[in-house]
Design a protein around this ligand. Sequence first.
Ligand SMILES: NC(=O)c1ccc[n+]([C@@H]2O[C@H](COP(=O)([O-])OP(=O)(O)OC[C@H]3O[C@@H](n4cnc5c(N)ncnc54)[C@H](O)[C@@H]3O)[C@@H](O)[C@H]2O)c1
Length: 319
Amino acid sequence: MSKVIVTGGVGFIGSHLSRALLLAGHRVVIIDDFSDAPYPRASKEENQRDLEKEFGEKVSVQRISVTDVEAMRPHFEGAETVFHLAGLAGVRPSFLDPARYARVNVEGTANVFELADACKATKLLFASSSSVYGNSTPLPASEASPCISPESPYAASKRGAELVTLALARRAVGLACVGLRFFTVYGPKQRPEMAISSFTRAALAGEEVTLFGDGSMRRDFTHVDDIVRGILAIHAHAKPGFDVFNLGSGAPVDLTTMISGIENATGKTLRYKVAPVPLGDVDATFADVSKAKELAGWAPQMKLEDGLKTVADWLRARS
Ligand SMILES: NC(=O)c1ccc[n+]([C@@H]2O[C@H](COP(=O)([O-])OP(=O)(O)OC[C@H]3O[C@@H](n4cnc5c(N)ncnc54)[C@H](O)[C@@H]3O)[C@@H](O)[C@H]2O)c1
């Protein structure tokens, strides 16, 4: 049973990953500051309670910011792997507080790298994003694309986190450093401000939502179960040096199709008004997932219609 660190471990993806690692028999230390952004901390406290109830002392939750190296340091001792998922997510809010996004996402990643290296961990996997591809990358986006034109401070911070890790990896012989470019992740416990969870909640409650654009925007929605399997597959494959992997469904749909899927999953009609596309939103995301398939033997499995049912079921069970 090895000790692993999961930063951001009480967040949406982090809580699913922590649970999978605990079920696999690891001891998990979570570092998370229970940030108030981009959504309230109550769901993080609920995720902490759920993990502690199921796994007791095998999980330890430390309320620490990734910007505080000295507070984190003692907790890294003896860790074999570091999964760094802590970060400020969200394209639109990043325009309102760009310096905080840079501090948490870039400086925080550099800090976590330093500690992973200092404690002689063998693997560091960290959350990047499909947003690094911007609007100028040919689709489907492959990891070999240059990623030089971010559309938002959030995208820039995720690319910055990749670049600082790439540079630092040159001096950390033996450490495997992998950036994971997640594509619009959804599922139970999804961040409440994201489209699938907020639209499904509104459909169930009969409330109106705002659809940005004419519905033609495409997203490569990826179920969190596929993401967790992907993280574990890439973890098993990871070799010393720096690398990046796309984790997406590789099957983008437009927002109109997503809405029909939510209506099918809930059995309700979604009422919505239309507003202009906000600054920073890209036209489409579409992952080329051949690298993860070939090197890590991973392929996404969840069909969108089945995945949307998991969200509707989860929300119904809570109401
Ligand atoms: N959900 C997606 O579709 C998606 C897509 C691409 C990339 N990502 C990235 O994956 C990671 C996880 O995303 P998520 O959707 O689970 O978001 P989330 O907000 O639910 O999880 C992020 C966690 O990081 C924590 N955090 C924030 N600032 C911190 C700080 N300074 N110190 C310590 N912890 C801090 C938050 O409290 C939260 O628990 C993030 O880095 C995000 O940018 C997510």
